[in-house]
Design a protein around this ligand. Sequence first.
Ligand code: ADP
Ligand code: NA
Length: 332
Amino acid sequence: MRVVSGIQPTGNLHLGNYLGAIRQWIAMQDAMGTEDTCLFFLADLHALTQPVVAAELAANTIEMAATLLACGIDPDRSILFNQARVPAHAELAWLLGGTARIGWLNRMTQWKDKAGKNREGQSVGLFTYPVLQAADVLAYQATHVPVGDDQKQHLELARDIAAKFNTDFGVELFTQPEPFISAAAPRIMSLRDGTAKMSKSDPSDASRINLIDDDDLIAQKLRKARTDSDPLPETMKELEGRPEATNLVTIYAALAGRAPADVLVEFAGQGFGQFKPVLADMAVSVLCPIRTRLTELLGDRGAVAATLESGANRARALAAPTLLAAQQAIGL
Ligand code: ADP
Ligand code: NA
């Protein structure tokens, strides 16, 4: 198996990012055999589809890499790098731009959602983003790509581009990547509003637990999390209609690596006055070691940059034969 996955370098990662995304990467890494490879990249080229503040992009890239390392990405087992340092991504994206059709891109729901009514005012990059995504995975002959619901259409497009390129140029070059279905990632909701997702763009800092929050702040935010006054029931079914309560049980379960139903078996009958301190202890026990490593790593940003550079060297070597073969197929 060769698994390729990217994440945009944004600042201020939170518990939702950790439980919903980063931890899935750690699980993939841990599931790989000796013949398998995971490539994880910071999608700094994709970040260009939106307005960029140069100093922030650079800092976010290092901070995101440090966060991934702190969460358990092992640069000896996985290849961790940033996209911009492997020119094959951009080069192959250009080559595939000859294969992808405008009609295909016009059908992408993310493009339609993000561009809204102002299509003419969007960057070209926002429109062609899915072609770069195709290059991201095809450059490495990825066999599997982890995808959430929102990315399924883009993976389909990558498969279509791979197939059309192979047909058009009469080659068996690109592997068609399959979606990698991992254990369902939990969706973590805001601590202030159980129906909104926990997000860095929420103006209320109390709505989320940031990976850099200290132990006291974590406990305080969980203590103040909005809930109802009913005790925890015995089954998940009985939690329906109680989004805040459901969210706290979901968070506990995800942190503990247990099923929510199993958590209810243990805590049924308890009110949030009892459950929240237990949840806070659980959160601190998971997040404190991550924050400690993250702080250490951020104390030596040069070392993080060096880790990314050595990942990029390995990634360049893996992508080179495919890029060359693609050029030759086209007649370049
Ligand atoms: P944000 O919503 O904070 O801007 P991003 O959109 O940058 O987060 O998402 C980065 C990754 O983290 C994505 O894989 C996304 O699915 C995941 N993620 C973000 N928020 C949550 C959440 N509240 N629960 C679960 N996963 C999340
Ligand atoms: Na977002």
